[in-house]
Design a binder for this molecule. Structure first.
Ligand SMILES: Cc1cc2nc3c(=O)[nH]c(=O)nc-3n(C[C@H](O)[C@H](O)[C@H](O)COP(=O)(O)OP(=O)(O)OC[C@H]3O[C@@H](n4cnc5c(N)ncnc54)[C@H](O)[C@@H]3O)c2cc1C
Length: 407
């Protein structure tokens, strides 16, 4: 009697689902691999990712350093990156004719600067391998059977599979995970990550478009802090320093209902004492010059003028007339400038949900569920998320690849 082929169902036609399906078919050529996608579009986030360029991964090859970019999943990912790392991603795409290039901040894109290069590569690979793709197939139920799983489709109908890989992405609503809760998985509550700060009452918004780099930012009354470039926007503040803060503080800031005070150190990592020392040399060396005409921290001119304006010492104030009191006020303003945040805006370039299937319930060496055998997870459905820079796709490629090993 001929053996029936292993039936592998991959739920979700995004980056993680495609990578998992390709890995499954490559490692188990005799298996019948099918991707079920609820919408009529495949790889839709890949298409819009990185402003249409797709930031595929990050130029970071030290696993210990790499994992520090994941506010959720840092430690568990060490094992997974040991199996499939950014080096493997670069090689994987290269072998299939897709060259990646690195930008000065470490982000890696296809040399074409076009996300369709990545989509075409993944699509052609699935075609070549004979992976079946079923769109408009919303899987609503997953039931354990004697030999595997029964998948229940939204519009009725059932499918049987021996192994199932869940790659359904993040869900903004907790109820989106109910079908996985039914299989006894713990779900970390979803909240948004990677957002910008709204400051409706702050006049600094008039400086929209100004970038200060590097600055340090802290959230008052918490341990959250970060540094890097800060972009002033029409709504408030954005840029890598703010986005990283939003990712590492995703839960804490949600608990505060996105109302909190940000403290900005415009002099980067410099301490109050160092700033005071620099201002002392300015007073000594440029005493007769106007405060607006000497910009000791090389801040964008409009920003420096804005800060001097905030001191209310008058447009004509010269350095030697500042006096101890005003210098103290300026030191405080430069190193601890306070802004009130009232709400958030989703970052348009790249946003993710923090939360998802608890990593306690998943073996990170195989991506197999610890609660339900022969069930695997990949991508953002897991409680894994990274900061901006290609880290989220890297997690999708890595977990997808490992899940597809069906180990
Ligand atoms: C605008 C934007 C830009 C981004 N840019 C970048 C970037 O440049 N670099 C980077 O690293 N990250 C980026 N990200 C994050 C990255 O896109 C995600 O982390 C990544 O797409 C997650 O992949 P995934 O396959 O796990 O989930 P998704 O891409 O969300 O795919 C999940 C798929 O599953 C389907 N699905 C869900 N439920 C079901 C169901 N029940 N049955 C069947 N199908 C289902 C969905 O329709 C979807 O197609 C960006 C995100 C956004 C929103």
């Amino acid at each position: 009697m001929k053996n029936e082929p292993l039936q592998v169902a991959v739920i979700g036609g995004g980056a993680a689902g495609f990578f998992a399906a390709i890995s499954a078919k490559t490692h188990h050529p005799d298996a019948k691999v099918t991707i079920y996608e609820k919408s009529d579009k495949l790889l839709s986030k890949v298409r819009i990712s990185g402003g249409g360029r797709c930031n595929v991964t990050h130029h970071c090859f030290d696993i210990r350093e790499l994992v520090t970019n994941y506010p959720r999943g840092e430690r568990p990912l060490k094992k997974a990156f040991g199996i499939f790392s950014p080096t493997d991603t670069i090689e994987w795409f290269k072998k299939r004719g897709v060259e990646l290039k690195t930008e000065s901040d470490g982000r890696m894109f296809p040399v074409t600067d076009d996300s369709s290069t990545i989509i075409n590569c993944l699509m052609s690979e699935t075609r070549k391998l004979g992976i079946a793709i079923k769109t408009k197939s919303n899987i609503k139920k997953l039931r354990k059977t004697e030999h595997g799983y029964e998948l229940g489709l939204h519009r009725g109908g059932r499918v049987e599979a021996d192994r199932v890989i869940v790659a359904t992405g993040g869900s903004p609503r907790s109820s989106g995970f109910d079908w996985l809760r039914k299989l006894d998985h713990d779900i970390e509550e979803p909240v948004p990550s990677l957002f910008t700060f709204n400051m409706p009452d702050e006049p600094i918004r008039e400086l929209m478009g100004v970038v200060a780099d590097p600055v340090s930012v802290k959230i008052m009354g918490s341990k959250l802090q970060n540094s890097g470039p800060l972009l002033i926007t029409h709504w408030g503040m954005s840029g890598p320093a703010i986005l990283k803060l939003s990712a590492f503080g995703a839960r804490e800031l949600s608990d505060k209902d996105y109302r909190f005070t940000v403290l900005v150190n415009w002099a980067g990592e410099r301490t109050e004492q160092e700033v005071r020392g620099i201002l002392k040399t300015v007073v000594e060396g440029h005493g007769m010059k106007k405060t607006t005409n000497v910009n000791p921290f090389q801040l964008p001119g409009r920003l420096w003028n804005f800060l001097i304006d905030k001191l209310e010492v008058g447009d004509d104030m010269i350095w030697q007339n500042m006096g101890k009191k005003n210098i103290n006020r300026l030191v405080h303003l430069i190193t601890n400038d306070e802004y009130q945040v009232q709400g958030k805006t989703t970052f348009k370039e790249e946003f993710v949900t923090c939360g998802g299937v608890s990593l306690h319930d998943v073996d990170m060496k195989t991506m197999q569920s610890r609660k339900s055998p022969n069930l695997y997870f990949a991508g953002e459905v897991l409680d894994i998320d990274g900061v901006t820079g290609g880290f989220n796709f890297q997690a999708a490629w890595t977990t997808g690849y490992i899940a597809g090993l069906l180990a």
